[in-house]
Design a binder for this molecule. Structure first.
Ligand SMILES: [Cu+2]
Length: 776
């Protein structure tokens, strides 16, 4: 339904006012001008302590007729920026530092060779020394003079597991903070002022820059990711959204929980956190344990391979990292705490010329031994909204979902990219908070150009799957596709088109036809063309700076192949136990009880309507001190049914640490590239469910599974599960034979508290049901 101009203007004014008012409430609360008690008295908060969605506080509350403006607020001003006028920036590739082992007593520490002032990286956190010395200055946060310099919790509980076995060889050192120079989403647009946007930059306590970073890793070369928190010290200086405490989730690296970034160990401005990105190949303790299988390997940098233990069928490729501070993930990731992470292996080496019988020679380039990116391009899709001043905006009170009205690729508004007429690999990532995509590539005649899907969520498919339209790509999902542009000629243009329409954060409204999407027959501004490809004769090399490719030069011909067989299928077998995991509304626990008792702390006035339910027991919203599921022994096969409780909502279900094999779906058909696919995010669909096969191993500790509509996740559709290690396997952590205490981080340091373990998720409990039935 279209509104009259006047009604439309009134509606926009109303929405703008609601947004301003809520921002005002938030500011007043955080600066202590008002208390929640007063807000309740005035009717601005409900007695449950949540924001009343009336009083001109909700853009949705008043409207007689809802316009399909998905942000619920006035359109973001574009300041004259036109689509496809700015080139796609490549993600900022990070240069690793060398780490040198230094033995001190029984411990092997790592010196940052070219950064002499950096504290060594080591097995236990520097918090341990801070605590042992009663807060000696050399171990104290130098920015604030309070608390430890490293945010990682102290002692053995948060020591890096399998440290010597996967001893880091490289270090990536970055800071997250406000950008150092003017950054905008398009050159025509207004620069983001301080604290409206964050970005990563190399170095300790340095300013960042856009676009977001790209980190390239390879199997056999474990690394430290040292992350400095350089955001505003005080909430009231933080631009109205985002948490000053941070934590980085490596999505979905096979790492110890300490380095997964979702074990309630966030850290504060001035502190760093050493994440151990171990490049462990899953099943290292079960399969190919002596590393004789050449397919389970990483590139050695000189044309050879470094074998690693583990199952080559579980090699990973296109990962990413983003904030995972519980209750603030959406705000933080949206604000710029994100980047892409490419893992390279012997099979998926990132070289299209090296022919050793193992390397698949997928489109990438030829200059580097591994990790060429000339024809292997990271595309990070996200949506953004700004206020009328052009400053990034996020609605912190909306728990349905946040939708932007500006489509960005690599944080740039609708860019174009010059390409050669040859095959390209695109590592597509949905980095949106609550929006998902249905993507196609069309030529000038509006005809679809097929894509070959080679990997889902960073896992090679057994065979490439050819599609005209990609399967649904929900928040957190990745698709690696190969597109062959060789039939096009210099001067041709193609577009990436989005067909998935939203009108609010509850879930997609539907999928448009290509014809309708191209005609702009939607009020959703994210529908239609979002990026342009231009076929040209010459493009400069990224891998060999100074070199310019010529489409007509023999040496520059496309030497890549897309083999018919990429890897082997992992079979579905009878499980040791099954579990039912439901994504539901209406949690029973008061996570935001009268004066804020979220664990960890959550924003003032946050409503937490979302929860999860295991095996038909009670629905709970997030409490980081509650273990909802326990994985008792490494290697046991489990089948899980992931269920969307319905009610007009959609949820993408994300599993940390392990990928699972997709078995089946209800209500919707499996996607073209989905059957048997290894994934870590499954879009469930309204009222739908997905069955998966998973097993756990190599590491222990606390992980999570949650809805990757990060707004739902924050409010608080997330649960903790713990993995126990094997007492008979001395290679693994012997600290994690039991559930360990939960860290409780503060700016002054971390204490530990003991968690409860829910019987419905605990196979050791007598009432545990290993064969639950949905609705039973
Ligand atoms: Cu959800």
């Amino acid at each position: 339904m279209y509104l009259s101009k006047d009604a439309s203007r009134a509606r926009l004014r109303e929405a703008q006012n609601a947004r301003d008012n809520r921002a005002e409430v938030r500011r007043a609360l955080s600066s202590g001008q008002v208390t929640r008690r007063e807000l309740i008295k005035w009717g601005i908060f409900t007695t449950a302590g949540t924001l009343a969605m009336t009083n001109g506080l909700s853009p949705y509350a008043h409207s007689q007729v809802l316009p399909s403006i998905p942000t619920g607020t006035p359109r973001s001003p574009l300041f004259g920026a036109l689509p496809f006028t700015h080139p796609l920036p490549r993600l900022n590739e990070q240069k690793p530092h060398d780490l040198k082992p230094v033995t001190q007593g029984n411990e092997v520490m790592l010196e940052w060779k070219d950064l002499k002032t950096e504290p060594y990286s080591k097995r236990t956190s520097w918090h341990t020394e801070f605590s042992a010395t009663g807060g000696a200055k050399q171990f104290t946060n130098p920015l604030t003079g309070r608390g430890p310099m490293e945010g990682r919790p102290p002692g053995e509980y948060f020591a890096h597991q399998r440290w010597l076995e996967y001893l880091p060889k490289k270090g990536f050192l970055m800071s997250l903070g406000v950008p150092g120079s003017d950054v905008s989403l398009h050159p025509q647009m207004i620069a983001q002022s301080e604290n409206k946007i964050w970005s990563f930059g190399p170095g300790s306590m340095t300013a960042g820059t856009l676009p977001p970073p790209l980190i390239k890793m390879r199997y056999g070369e474990p690394a430290i990711f040292r992350h400095y928190n350089n955001v505003a010290l005080r909430y009231e200086d933080n631009g109205g959204f985002g948490s000053i405490s941070q934590t980085t989730h490596n999505h979905n690296g096979h790492n110890a929980s300490t380095s997964d970034g979702a074990s309630n160990a966030h850290f504060y401005p001035g502190q760093f956190y050493d994440y151990h990105w171990s490049t462990t190949l899953a099943r290292a303790d079960m399969t190919n344990t002596v590393a004789t299988d050449k397919r389970a390997s990483g590139p050695d940098g000189n044309g050879g391979l470094v074998n690693v233990p583990g199952d080559y069928r579980e090699l990973q490729s296109s990962l990413w990292f983003h904030d995972h501070r519980f209750f603030y993930t959406a705000e933080n990731a949206y604000k710029g705490h994100c980047g892409q992470l490419n893992y390279y292996s012997g099979k998926d080496r990132g070289s299209e010329t090296l022919n050793d019988g193992v390397n698949l020679r997928l489109p990438s380039g030829r200059f580097l031994d591994w990790g060429n990116t000339d024809f292997d391009v990271n595309l990070m899709f996200s949506d953004a909204a700004t206020d009328q001043d052009g400053q990034l905006f996020f609605d912190i009170f909306d728990t349905e979902g946040f939708l932007g009205d500006m489509m960005m690729v690599n944080f740039t508004y609708k860019p174009f990219m010059e390409i050669l007429p040859r095959k390209y690999r695109f590592r597509m990532l949905c980095a949106s908070m609550s929006r998902w995509y249905k993507l196609a590539i069309v030529n000038q005649a509006g005809k679809v150009v097929p894509m070959r899907v080679i990997a889902t969520d960073g896992n090679l498919l057994p065979t490439p799957v050819s599609v005209n339209v990609l399967d649904t790509m929900s928040s957190g999902e990745r698709f690696d596709v190969v597109v062959d542009f060789s039939l096009f000629k210099v001067g041709d243009k193609l577009r990436i088109v989005n067909l998935m329409e939203f009108e609010n954060g509850r879930g997609p409204k539907g999928i448009m036809t290509l014809a309708k999407a191209m005609k702009g027959e939607s009020l959703d501004p994210a529908i239609g063309s979002i990026m342009e490809f231009r076929v040209v004769r010459n493009v400069p090399s990224v891998d060999m700076p100074g070199y310019v490719y010529d489409a007509f030069r023999y040496a520059d011909r496309d030497q890549s192949v897309v083999p018919a067989k990429l890897t082997e299928q992992i079979p579905i077998v009878a499980p040791v136990r099954e579990r039912i995991i439901e994504f539901k509304r209406g949690a029973s626990d008061p996570t935001d009880n009268e004066f804020g008792a979220c664990f960890p702390s959550c924003p003032e006035g946050r409503e937490n309507p979302w929860g999860m339910r295991i095996n038909g027991a009670e629905t709970h919203s997030l409490n980081a001190n509650r273990v909802s599921m326990l994985m008792p022994r490494p290697g046991e096969v489990e089948h899980w049914t992931l269920v969307n409780g319905g009610g007009g909502w959609d949820h993408p279900s994300h599993l940390h640490f392990e990928e699972a094999v997709t078995i089946s779906r209800t209500k919707f058909a499996l996607g073209a590239a989905e059957r048997g696919a290894r994934k870590d995010v499954w879009w469930l669909g309204e009222g739908g469910s997905v069955k998966i096969q998973v097993r756990f191993g190599e590491y222990g500790g606390a992980y999570v599974t949650h809805c990757h509509n990060t707004v739902h996740e924050d409010a608080a559709m997330l649960l903790r599960y713990d993995i126990l290690t094997d007492p008979n396997n001395k290679k693994t952590s012997q600290t994690h034979l039991q559930v360990i205490p939960t860290p409780n981080p503060t700016p002054d340091g971390v204490t530990y508290v003991m968690p409860e373990i829910m019987p419905e998720g605990n196979p050791f409990h007598p009432t545990f049901n290993p064969r639950p039935v949905l609705g039973g």
